[in-house]
Design a protein around this ligand. Structure first.
Ligand code: CDT
Length: 324
C-alpha cells in the first residue's frame, strides 16, 4: 500500500474588507487542524488570501493590485505565515493566489510547497479563464472578470513527483501529483494531459458562484436554491467523472459561503477515489477540514485495465482535439 493522508481546507466567506492578517490566521488555523489529524498534505482553494475579487469591476489600478501577490510567495509578508507553519508542522501545502510577476504580468496561480525541503516543487497558472473581459451592463449581475485581470497560464499541465509522502515500493516511485484551478476541472483535456503523465492525485481549488444566471447563461428567474444545487451537481459530476476516466484520486477545496453577505459561492469540497466514489465531503459552507487516507495503489486497476491509455487510446482519431 502507498497511503497518503490528504486534506482539503475549505475556506468560508472572505469579505471585501477582510484584513489580510485575519484571513491568513484562518488559513494557519485550518492547517494546524489538518495537521492535528495527521494530514501529510493540505490543499487550499483558488485565490485563497483575499475575497474573490474578479466578481468586481475594479477600475482603480492601486486597488486592483492590492489583491495580487508580488515576489516570492513563500517569503512575502502577506503570505509567508502559512508556509512557515507548513514547514514547522512538516505538512506539504498547495495553495492558490493571484500572482503579479516582476514583469507586470498577472496570473491565477497555485503552488505545491514541499515542507521538508522548504521549497516550491511545482507551480501552475490557470489556463481556462472563465467569464468576461467587460462587466455585464446589468448592475445586479455577478461578474467574473478573469479574462480582464489575468493572462491565460503559460506553464501547461505538468504532473510532478512528490518525495517524502508515502512509503513507496522500489518500482513505483514517488507519488505523482497534478494541479488545476477551478474552471479547468470542467475540461476533459486538462485532466487527460495530467492523466497521460500517470497522475495519481489531482488538486483543484475553486471559487464557484451559486446563483449567477448571467454567468451561467440561465434564466434570471431561476430559483437561487435550485441554481446552487445545479452548480454543486456539476462540480461533483466533473470531479467524479474525470477522476474515474483518468484513474486518479482528486481533491477539491472550495472558497465558499456568502462574501459580503451578498455573493454566494458553493461549498462541496471533496476527496474522490479513482473509481469515482466520494471518500470525504464537506458538510458546511464555512472553514472546514476534510481528510482521507488515499492508497495510491487503488489507481492501478484503472491504469492497467479500462484506462490503460497506451493500449486503448486511438490517437489518430483525436486530431481535432489539437486542431490538426
Ligand atoms: N473561479 C472559477 O473559475 N469559477 C468558474 C465559474 C464559472 S464562470 C461561468 C467555475 O468554473 O467554477
Amino acid at each position: 500500500a502507498r497511503k497518503v493522508r490528504i486534506a482539503a481546507a475549505q475556506v468560508g466567506a472572505v469579505h471585501l474588507d477582510a484584513s489580510r492578517k485575519n484571513t491568513l490566521d484562518r488559513l494557519i488555523h485550518l492547517l494546524e487542524h489538518a495537521a492535528s489529524q495527521g494530514a501529510q498534505v493540505v490543499l487550499f482553494p483558488e485565490c485563497t488570501f483575499t475575497t474573490f475579487f474578479p466578481r468586481h469591476f475594479i477600475a482603480a489600478e492601486a486597488e486592483l493590485e492590492s489583491f495580487f501577490e508580488r515576489g516570492d510567495i513563500v517569503t512575502s509578508e502577506n503570505t509567508r505565515g502559512v508556509f512557515e507553519k507548513a514547514q514547522e508542522l512538516g505538512v506539504d501545502i498547495s495553495i492558490g493566489f493571484a500572482e503579479a510577476t516582476d514583469g507586470g504580468e498577472h496570473y491565477n496561480t497555485c503552488v505545491y510547497y514541499h515542507a521538508k525541503s522548504g521549497s516550491v516543487l511545482s507551480k501552475y497558472r490557470k489556463i481556462h479563464l472563465p467569464g468576461d473581459y467587460e462587466p455585464f451592463p446589468d448592475p445586479e449581475a455577478t461578474n467574473q472578470l478573469e479574462k480582464r485581470y489575468f493572462k491565460p497560464g503559460n506553464l501547461g499541465f505538468e504532473a510532478f513527483r512528490v518525495p517524502d509522502l508515502a512509503d513507496v515500493g522500489q518500482d513505483q516511485g514517488e507519488p505523482i501529483f497534478g494541479m488545476m484551478i477551478c474552471n479547468d476541472r470542467r475540461w476533459a483535456e486538462a485532466w487527460r494531459c495530467l492523466g497521460l503523465q500517470g497522475v495519481e492525485v489531482v488538486f483543484c481549488g475553486y471559487n464557484t458562484t451559486g446563483f449567477a444566471p448571467h454567468l451561467w447563461g440561465t434564466s434570471t428567474k431561476q430559483d437561487p436554491k435550485e441554481a446552487e444545487s445545479m452548480a454543486l451537481f456539476h462540480h461533483k459530476l466533473v470531479m467524479q467523472a474525470h477522476s474515474y476516466t483518468n484513474a486518479c484520486f482528486s481533491v477539491s477545496a472550495a472558497r465558499c459561503g456568502w462574501d459580503d453577505g451578498k455573493y454566494n459561492l458553493i461549498a462541496g469540497s471533496t476527496i474522490i477515489a479513482p473509481d469515482g466514489k466520494i471518500l470525504a465531503e464537506s458538510i458546511t459552507d464555512e472553514d472546514e477540514i476534510i481528510i482521507a487516507d488515499c492508497d495510491l495503489d487503488r489507481c492501478k486497476s484503472g491504469k492497467t485495465r479500462t484506462f490503460d491509455f497506451a493500449r486503448h487510446r486511438r490517437v489518430k482519431h483525436y486530431a481535432r482535439l489539437t486542431g490538426q
